[in-house]
Ligand binder design. Sequence first.
Ligand code: 5GP
Length: 190
Amino acid sequence: MKSGKLIVLSAPSGSGKTTLVKDLLHKEELNLEFSISAASREPRSGERDGKDYYFLSLREFKDKIKADEFLEWEEVYRDNFYGTLKSEVQRIWDHGKNVIFDIDVVGGLDIKHIYPERTLAIFIKPPSIEELKIRLKKRKTESEDKINMRVAKASTELATAPQFDAIVTNDDLEKAKQEVYQLVQKFLEV
Ligand code: 5GP
């Protein structure tokens, strides 16, 4: 079995971690490949199955839990399950690449606990809860209710930050990109 390293970027929804993950994926020397999670929510406009997520029905998702196909999974929001398939990590390692995850804080810490030495877990911190709310509203992908739900969750998520290997505050995107790059580069020794 081939195996590489794992890079986890976790943050409350709206902290800009997806942008940071995309930036890292452009750096060829880091040899990273994105772990496509499975999700039971509906695709947003522009999202594609097998690219952004493996979109599963709730039933399909629960069947895979029963069959022990997940490395980690979680009901992030009610009836919205998200998880990392064991086969996904293996697929990337088989390519000779390191895995990068864009997942929530609980999932991120699960990965860190499963592979403590091989994982670099970075917490991306929004400048403030207020700023987070503004960003989520600007994104216009969720209803007011869902935004409030995500903001409420963010407060508990922020409390987990000290359990990560590193914390990067995303108030200046360029600076955050650079900080994250340096942490990853050092961990992968490239
Ligand atoms: P969204 O619906 O905005 O795409 O994602 C909602 C939340 O689920 C985000 O915080 C995202 O990071 C998290 N998430 C995505 N994939 C996974 C996964 O595989 N496992 C876990 N635990 N969380 C995930």
